[in-house]
Design a protein around this ligand. Sequence first.
Ligand code: HEC
Length: 101
Amino acid sequence: MKRFWCALLVVLAGCSSMLPVVVEDDVRRAEGRWPGTTRGVLEEGRQKYIDRCGACHSLHLPSAFTESEWKQAVETMQVRAKVGEDEKEKILKYLYVGRGR
Ligand code: HEC
């Protein structure tokens, strides 16, 4: 029975629950690369990624692609996903620092 509920939870939550949450280490690395970047920026990026990119297909983990592949993917998907420039930057920052674990 326990197994059933676990399976159901996974289905309901989709893959977004598997996406790494923002940790202190990510924030430090982000600040090093883009001075002034806050935890909030990365968290917003993660949330936008879930909201904007998870509607049509399952979400890939940040580690699934290189930075240039991510940039290309987000730019290709940008119109379909109705992602603005500001949102795009946040999503990419989340994905870039999320790769480096
Ligand atoms: C309106 C639906 C839709 C949205 C929203 C969307 N995608 Fe996609 N995505 C697709 C389709 C359909 C494909 C299959 C290949 C193609 O048609 O280009 C795809 C393919 C991809 C791929 C290629 C790898 C694979 O899984 O096949 C990546 C990476 C990707 N999308 C990332 C994103 C990201 C990042 C976002 C958010 C910025 C996003 N997608 C939003 C429809 C969508």
